[in-house]
Design a protein around this ligand. Structure first.
Ligand SMILES: Nc1ncnc2c1ncn2[C@@H]1O[C@H](COP(=O)(O)OP(=O)(O)OP(=O)(O)O)[C@@H](O)[C@H]1O
Length: 449
């Protein structure tokens, strides 16, 4: 009796601390029922429900954050995962034996949202993330998910991501052009977990690799859209190189400070970028280590649509040599002085692979073969979940990126900027300075003359 009382006195506070929401609900209900009886309790429930409904209607994001997600996480954690965890681990071959006993890894926490669940797991001794990576399909079907991937955390801890609804299935319309440009985090699309996909441009170069019609254009146009206010303010200059004869980028010409599509002009433009970099480096040397964009020294984005056309198919050898020399200066020295490159490439196998390491940021859209994935994103990226070769043709703009500080690739989709969006954008956001004087005559989106 006495021991039982002591245990009760210890267990109740321990449970209350571990499960505060349930404790407040049960404790509060009991208290109201004691003071006001069952009718009072019913009135209290109706009042709380009304407050929740009003909260949901007035401010959905905070309601989702503080009410629906925590409740959903608790519910799914208990009902879907913990209830069946031990048997699931045995059946999937993820338990381990020691002597006569068998052990299973421990579920630490479950976080759920409308797209899926993240389950934090404390691994057993002798287990690694690879053991779970080998079982992702079995785990997905066991827990009724459409997919599962593994993210490594601290040593001995992993996150399992179970996907239920694909946040990227429906094309993303082009977002409204904002009023501020953050060169460290441009919003260009959406990540698989429904969060914005933010792309860094300052201090990096971006390589966008994807088969034909994989949506490389949408990554470029989403980036230009995010830069538009800076372009108009003169803080960002876009230098565009379109080796496909101007067809791909001509509709953006009013936003470009420089635009070239003929071999000779393209080489001259890249050489000018290299000269600019050398000048800036000379001015900055000894003063500052990172360039700050101003209207007199703007951030320059050199956009190259189809890098392979530029490097591999330059008709004249002398031109090709000049181009390669200038391009290596731009890629190796441009980042620190505010000159970044965004280049698209269709086939990562071509000579591009030699330049890959000069692009710290790489985006792998749909690729035709599995071995191209590691060529673009780096060794082991496919094994860690970047299935670029399995992206269906029907979902252009979807790809994988390695975000800063993450070992596992993140699945993303670029926003779709239609021809209409482009013409509306270029009518409003024109380059503060331009030296190509709209040299490309554009008629209804087509290059003529
Ligand atoms: N993010 C996106 N969301 C939805 N649809 C898209 C997206 N991006 C592209 N598309 C669709 O896919 C088509 C091909 O896209 P896009 O021209 O950008 O591909 P690409 O990889 O640049 O092709 P290419 O190598 O032939 O130039 C577009 O016309 C558009 O209809």
């Amino acid at each position: 009796m006495f021991v039982g009382l002591i245990l009760l006195l210890l267990v109740v506070p321990w449970y209350a601390i571990r499960h505060p929401i349930i404790s407040v609900l049960v404790g509060g209900s009991a208290w109201i029922a004691l003071l006001h009886g069952p009718f009072g309790l019913a009135v209290a429930y109706v009042a709380v429900a009304s407050v929740l409904v009003i909260w949901r209607l007035v401010h959905k994001p905070s309601f989702v954050r503080f009410v629906s997600r925590p409740v959903r996480s608790k519910w799914r954690g208990a009902w879907v995962y913990r209830r069946r965890w031990t048997s699931a681990m045995h059946m999937c071959g993820l338990s381990k034996g020691f002597g006569a006993k068998r052990y299973v890894p421990h579920v630490v926490r479950v976080r759920s949202d409308e797209f899926g669940d993240r389950v934090r797991i404390k691994l057993l001794m002798g287990q690694s993330a690879d053991d779970f990576e080998a079982k992702t399909e079995a785990l997905a079907s066991t827990f009724g998910a459409t997919g599962c991937r593994v993210e490594t955390g601290k040593p001995g801890v992993i996150w399992l991501h179970f996907k239920h609804r694909d946040a990227l299935m429906v094309p993303l319309p082009a977002p409204k052009v904002g009023s501020v440009v953050n060169l460290g985090a441009l919003s260009v699309g959406r990540c698989e977990d429904g969060q914005p996909w933010r792309l860094q441009l300052l201090g990096t170069h971006v390589l966008v690799a994807g088969a034909t019609n994989s949506g490389k254009g949408s990554v470029i146009w989403s980036t230009l859209r995010a830069l538009a206010p800076g372009v108009r303010a003169g803080l960002v200059d876009v230098w565009a190189v379109d080796p496909k004869g101007g067809v791909e980028l001509a509709s953006g010409a009013p936003m470009f400070a420089r635009f070239a599509y003929e071999p000779e002009d393209m080489v001259a433009l890249v050489e000018d970028a290299a000269a600019l970099i050398r000048n800036r480096a000379a001015t900055m040397r000894g003063h500052t280590r990172l360039h700050t964009p101003t209207t007199s020294e703007p951030f320059v984005l050199l956009v190259v649509d189809e890098l392979a056309f530029l490097t591999a198919y330059m008709p004249d050898r002398a031109l090709s040599k000049r181009l390669n020399a200038a391009l290596s200066v731009v890629l190796s020295q441009g980042r620190a002085v505010g000159v970044s490159v965004m280049a698209a490439v269709q086939d990562p196998r071509k000579e591009i692979i030699n330049m890959r390491d000069l692009f710290p940021t790489r985006i792998g859209l749909r690729l035709t073969e599995s071995d191209q994935v590691d060529m673009v994103l780096g060794d082991g990226a496919r094994k860690r979940g970047a299935r670029c070769d399995q992206i269906p043709e029907s979902t252009p703009g979807i790809g994988y990126v390695l975000l800063e500080g993450q070992r596992e690739p993140t699945r993303v989709r670029a926003a779709y900027v239609s021809d209409y969006d482009i013409s509306a954008m270029t009518a409003t956001y024109q380059a503060a300075r331009t030296d190509h004087a709209l040299s490309v005559p554009v008629v209804a989106g087509e290059v003529v003359g």
